[in-house]
Design a protein. Structure first.
Ligand code: FCB
Length: 308
């Protein structure tokens, strides 16, 4: 049985699975005339990204002029607005592919813009056997780590996925030039150091010696997202961590990540994570190993200091 008590599909390999998660990984072994031998057809795309790698046989992506074949060592990246239409290539007896579905961290933007695309789907071919094995291994580690049921399984799996994406970036020959602008890197660090403060665009611009409009433009160009949205994502990532690893009241967590108004924080949190901060805390696996409170700290930096 792959259905839960409410009739929801629990198996991501079968149609109907909701993908209402931050990360899920698997391997789809398609054999001619077997139960998985159908075309995945998601014509509106998905809410998250998918990266996949063919490990055996051949797959076919799209129909008509845009159709192409994927073989062992070929990677594909589907951004949220890309159409998914793929299955076993008719001439191949099977198609095995590993995949990870994920919602990216904001600072990953650079690694998610693949140079070669067909219909928005990024393509990368690995030809070196050792590199193919390394990638195959990484995919497996992501899946196993995520399924291990540890307290930080998801964070560890996301950490491995980040490595996979960075390796894809490195393996793309054209990416060997044009590193990220140092002023944008400094802007990210400045914002991260001051997540609890109400730093505005003018302050950041002054700090990195750019005009506010130039900073906004360059940030979006280089990071792929708006600067304030980037900071919001970082705040929510930190809030998730604090909710899981401390027993500080929610108002305190809100303050530590830059929201003086707890109601507003809860609204943003719910919009980004899908549940309220308190439900997120309750449903996070395990309870804090040691109940650490952040009371007394005025900033996240203070909080970290008070733990040493
Ligand atoms: C599975 C597919 C796989 C990927 C995941 C998200 O059902 O087999 O290719 O699309 O869903």
């Amino acid at each position: 049985m792959h259905l839960d008590d409410n009739g929801q599909q629990l198996d991501p390999l079968l149609p109907g699975y909701s993908f209402n998660v931050y990360l899920v990984a698997g391997m789809t072994p398609i054999i001619e005339n077997g139960p998985l031998d159908f075309f995945i057809d998601r014509n509106k795309g998905m809410s998250g990204f998918i990266i996949n790698m063919t490990v055996k046989g051949q797959g076919k992506v799209f129909d008509g002029e845009e159709a192409f074949i994927t073989e062992p060592g070929d990677l594909l990246l589907f951004p949220p607005d890309a159409v998914h239409y793929y299955g076993r290539a008719p001439q191949s007896a099977n198609w095995y592919h590993r995949w990870v579905y994920f919602r990216p961290r904001a600072y990953w933007a650079n690694w998610l813009k693949w140079r070669h695309q067909v219909n928005k789907v990024g393509r990368l071919t690995l030809s070196d056997k050792a590199v193919i094995n390394e990638f195959d291994d990484l995919f497996q580690q992501i899946e196993q780590t995520h399924k291990a049921g540890r307290r930080s399984s998801e964070d560890l799996a996301i950490n491995l996925l980040e490595r996979l994406l960075i390796r894809c970036f490195e393996e793309t020959p054209e990416n060997r030039s044009k590193p990220i602008d140092l002023r944008i890197e400094e802007a990210c660090q400045y914002l991260s150091r001051n997540l609890a403060e109400e730093v505005n665009l003018d302050d950041v611009a002054r700090h990195v010696c750019l005009s506010p409009s130039r900073l906004a433009h360059l940030f979006r160009e280089q990071m792929g997202v708006n600067i304030l949205r980037w900071r919001e994502d970082q705040r929510i990532i930190l809030a998730k961590h604090l909710l899981q690893s401390t027993c500080s009241p929610i108002a305190k967590v809100a303050g530590l990540v830059g929201y003086d108004d707890q109601m507003y924080f809860s609204r943003v949190f719910r919009k980004r994570v899908g549940t309220s901060p308190s439900i997120f805390r309750k449903t996070s696996e395990g309870s804090p190993v040691q109940c650490v409170d952040a009371v007394g700290a005025d900033s996240f930096a203070d909080f970290l200091g008070s733990q040493n």
